[in-house]
Design a protein around this ligand. Sequence first.
Ligand code: PGA
Length: 252
Amino acid sequence: MSRQTIIAANWKMNGNLALVDTMTSKINSINFAENVKVVICPSSPYLVALSSKVSNEAINVGAQNISEYAKGAYTGEISADMLNEMSVNYAIVGHSERRSLFGESSAQVAQKVKAALANGITPLLCIGESEAERIAEQTETVLSAQLQPVIDEIGIESFKNVVIAYEPVWAIGTGKTASPEMAQETHKFIREFIAQHNAEIADGISLLYGGSVNAATSEELFAQTDIDGGLIGGASLKVDEFSQICSTSKGS
Ligand code: PGA
């Protein structure tokens, strides 16, 4: 089946209004294949400016985080409802930096996925193992333990509106990209894990690879059978490089 190809940019706590301008003026003019979507996730102060500058239907705006709570006394948090009102239709959920630096558990991540879906926001659910876990051959156990609480919380049917980003923690920001073969093998495992619950959902779900993807590696990674695009950090801050990554994503 033909799945949605997604090229997502995670600016993390980087970027500024000038980058919003230069990035949109460059990528607005790209002619994307019909099943390719680009999702730019800047820091939240730039969401509105970014939305107003996007003029290409393939380009969407995403948040880097979303609160699991609907509203109330949660200083510093941003609700799904607020993002929705700002025309933000994607949100990164459970990024490894949120899990390790801000203590987000898989149970909390599941609540965030639920909050996003309840407001029509597509969660980009991030999962991934650490280097020690890969060396100890625990990758599949770790990924299962990150996915299962979300399946238990929202039900497998709701995964038709979820995108999964597999990001090995050891590859994030390190320059150590997983080889296309290694990434494919893990993506295949993730798709099979979902298929154990529902084969049709597994067939249709977009699985993105993230971790030091750049313009030199993206094409081969995205060409793998079970890789449907990428979540790009560092390289998404470079206008020419990101636009090259977008341009080479042919879709299927
Ligand atoms: P990176 O980040 O491309 O800089 O490794 C990816 C991510 O953390 O989403």
